[in-house]
Write a protein that binds this ligand. Structure first.
Ligand SMILES: Cc1cc2nc3c(=O)[nH]c(=O)nc-3n(C[C@H](O)[C@H](O)[C@H](O)COP(=O)(O)OP(=O)(O)OC[C@H]3O[C@@H](n4cnc5c(N)ncnc54)[C@H](O)[C@@H]3O)c2cc1C
Length: 499
């Protein structure tokens, strides 16, 4: 246990967001910081998701830091172990390890208005920090639905993000619950080895072919010899995705053409018209994340796979029961049912200036100024905060924009000098969110006719950014001081008043 450590900045989480923040802080000349990580290694998403077939669905040359290009990506869509290895490498190259406190789960952070600092309780001791950068990830706390009878299921149960590698699925009867991004990677990976696979599909996804290939030795040698070719490749991947954004945000009808390609992808493997009908979504493509796989439909066409087109409603002993009444005996249930996104657990652990938790402040829906700052939570910012998610491109672009914002935040605090904090003005937060929600109205995520994890319990889209990554980069280039109240310690305020 540490006694107590005071730092200038406490970063929480060591995924792409937290590690990126650490690199950026060092580059800004800030060395007095810690990275608090609940696990015993770095990697976040890419440490926790080790299920068979786990890989990125944005090409690796774009799904990596611009400041740490990797000429050696082995595939166009690299697998989990390579992405995790990349993040370990970044940690070493940028000498971040001395800053990281592993096995340090943040239990509570409370704003101390007298001393203008955050008091942070962790599982390994207490810290205080002038500034908190929360990078706990929107997809880091797995969600398993409340299913009647699940507790008494005698077999094995686990979530895709907590894969049990000690459990051998070979020859087993397995229920896979969910058909999201993880499930469509898992299904083709385990189908050849399980005895029977029962897939519970509540809503079919749109699935496009994944053009994945090994990156040749010659290409890698070229990238190593001429680093600008890696940047050029990244630029091209970014530019193509940037051009697609308008269709998602302003002209969802144009996406109809893409639906035809997805239908052809399905028709190539699924010959049974009844199954094809069951697998065809009834909402506009893009409304939920477009999934990429060339192996999913071929796997579903195999004789050892049953698709149940309803959710899992009950478990009776070792029998799983679908909402449509269908039953199957299984040895294991794997949940690919997503994460706590709009109800992120960290929000219950942040207590702001007026004694309310962030979860209480966000009761009507998450909202933050420029995706980062919440009113009443001075000197606290989040990476991949509300409305910073992307439907079609790399989250690393958004993370890097938020790091620009963080860097300017630190600079602004320096310029103001003394003990000082910035608290987002409620009017500025509201104005930002009104603009975001106004733009959201026309997007495919809100008009496409689906329910998705992009929407919160009130049906509001608090997760996706309704614009291009360039627009977000521009919006987060600088901290606009007019959008913040400058907070001083009560003692300093008294002294000022006396002058
Ligand atoms: C299976 C999967 C595939 C994905 N593929 C892509 C893709 O191809 N392209 C893309 O753009 N995005 C993808 N994503 C989204 C992905 O989550 C982001 O791209 C990115 O990795 C998020 O990084 P992060 O650092 O914000 O969060 P994370 O990687 O989730 O890291 C958060 C870290 O915070 C730690 N933490 C959480 N709570 C606490 C606490 N209370 N105290 C201390 N530490 C804590 C966690 O242990 C974790 O290490 C994928 C997500 C998943 C789940």
């Amino acid at each position: 246990m540490t006694e107590h450590e005071h730092v200038r900045v406490a970063v929480i989480g060591s995924g792409f967001g937290g590690l990126g923040a650490a690199v950026r802080l060092r580059r800004e000349g800030v060395t007095d910081f810690v990275v608090l990580e609940r696990a015993d290694s770095v990697g976040g998403t890419w440490r926790d998701n080790s299920y068979p077939g786990c890989a990125c669905d944005v090409p690796s040359h774009l799904y990596s830091f611009s400041f740490a290009p990797n000429p050696d990506w082995p595939r166009t869509f690299s697998g989990q172990e390579h992405i995790r290895g990349y993040l370990e490498h970044v940690t070493d190259v940028f000498r971040l390890r001395p800053h990281i406190r592993f096995n340090s789960e943040v239990k509570m952070m409370t704003w101390d208005a007298e001393r203008l600092r955050w008091d942070i309780e962790t599982s390994s001791g207490s810290y205080s920090a002038d500034l908190v950068v929360s990078a706990t990830g929107p997809l880091s706390d797995p969600k398993i639905p409340d299913i009647e009878g699940l507790d008494s299921f005698p077999g094995k149960v686990f979530h895709s993000a907590r894969w049990d590698h000690d459990y051998d699925l070979r020859g087993k009867r397995v229920a896979m619950v969910g058909t999201g991004a993880s499930a469509i990677q898992i299904v083709p990976s385990i189908q050849p080895e399980v005895e029977r696979l029962t897939l519970f599909q509540r809503t079919p996804p749109w699935v496009m072919p994944r053009v994945d290939r090994a990156i040749s030795g010659a290409e890698r040698a070229l990238h190593r010899a001429l680093p600008f070719t890696t940047q050029a490749r990244r630029g091209l991947l970014w530019g193509l995705r940037e051009l697609q954004v308008q269709a998602f945000t302003k002209r969802p009808n144009e996406l109809g053409m893409v639906e035809q390609l997805a239908k052809r992808n399905m028709a190539r493997s699924i010959k049974d018209p009844a199954l094809r009908a069951e697998l065809t979504p009834d909402y506009r493509i893009g409304c939920k994340r477009i999934l990429l796989s060339s192996a999913y439909y071929p796997a579903l066409a195999q004789p050892n796979v049953d698709v149940v087109t309803s959710g899992l409603s009950e478990v009776r002993g070792s029998t799983v029961v679908g909402a449509d009444g269908s039953t199957a005996e299984v040895d294991a249930i794997v949940f690919g049912t997503g994460f706590h996104v709009t109800d992120m657990p960290i929000a219950d652990r942040v207590v702001g200036a007026d004694g309310r938790t962030l979860a209480e402040a966000w009761q009507g829906g998450m909202q933050a100024l420029r995706g980062a700052s919440a009113a009443g939570f001075p000197n606290w910012m989040t990476i991949i905060g509300p409305n910073t998610g992307l439907g079609n491109s790399s989250m690393i672009l958004m993370i890097e924009s938020q790091l620009n914002y963080m860097a300017d935040y630190v600079r602004q605090l320096d310029v103001l000098g003394g003990r000082v904090a910035l608290d987002a003005r409620p009017a500025a937060v509201d104005a930002w969110n009104r603009r975001v929600q106004e733009r959201m109205k026309r997007t495919v995520w809100n008009t496409g006719g689906c329910t998705s994890w992009y929407l919160d319990a009130n049906g509001r889209n608090t997760t996706i950014w309704p614009g291009t990554t360039t627009e977000f980069r521009t919006a987060t280039r600088r901290v606009h001081l007019a959008e913040y109240e400058v907070v001083r310690t009560p003692a300093e305020k008294k002294a000022e008043a006396a002058v």
